[in-house]
Design a protein around this ligand. Structure first.
Ligand SMILES: [Zn+2]
Ligand SMILES: [Zn+2]
Length: 159
């Protein structure tokens, strides 16, 4: 069993890649740099990443972005997040020992993050019971943010 690493430095990162038979190519490095520069709590889709790369006049193709994101997620460097949209989002796996969770507005896509000991304790007990080793824990709460309050009588709308 390989322990999940904490937020990796560049050197550690290239080590992780190398051990699994991958090189830290300039493209992979560039993409990781962008993730390291993101404020905590921001998530990027492949399309958003591509847009950021383009403003820095990088010639990394969308296909390469997709492949790199998938690869880094499979190595545990990035977390792949599925917010029930038509594309996935990614973020750095900053602290795998205390993973955070997300609440997502189904209307505008605003997300917020939270940590919870209760959820971790539950996940640990569940995994232990079944003989699993936890790699990541992600709870998603789908909701409507304050900007889109649930209308009290939606059914009578339009009458
Ligand atoms: Zn997050
Ligand atoms: Zn909203």
């Amino acid at each position: 069993m390989t322990p999940t690493p904490e937020l990796q430095t560049r050197a550690e990162l290239s080590d992780i890649l190398r051990k699994k038979g991958f090189r830290l190519t300039p493209q992979r490095e560039k993409i990781l740099d962008l993730f390291y520069q993101l404020p905590e709590g921001e998530h990027l889709s492949a399309e958003e990443l591509q847009k950021m790369l383009r403003t820095e006049s990088s010639d990394i193709s969308l296909a390469t972005s997709y492949r790199t994101l998938k690869l880094l997620a499979s190595l545990g460097v990035l977390r792949e997040l599925d917010f029930a949209e038509d594309h996935k989002h990614y973020e750095l796996a900053r602290n795998p020992k205390s993973p955070h969770h997300h609440i997502i507005c189904l209307d505008c896509g605003t997300t917020d993050e939270f940590e919870s000991d209760v959820i971790m304790q539950f996940a640990e007990a569940l995994a232990k019971d079944r003989g699993f080793d936890i790699v990541d824990v992600q709870l998603k709460v789908f909701a409507l943010c304050k900007q889109h309050p649930v209308e009290e009588d939606r059914s009578s709308k339009g009458h």
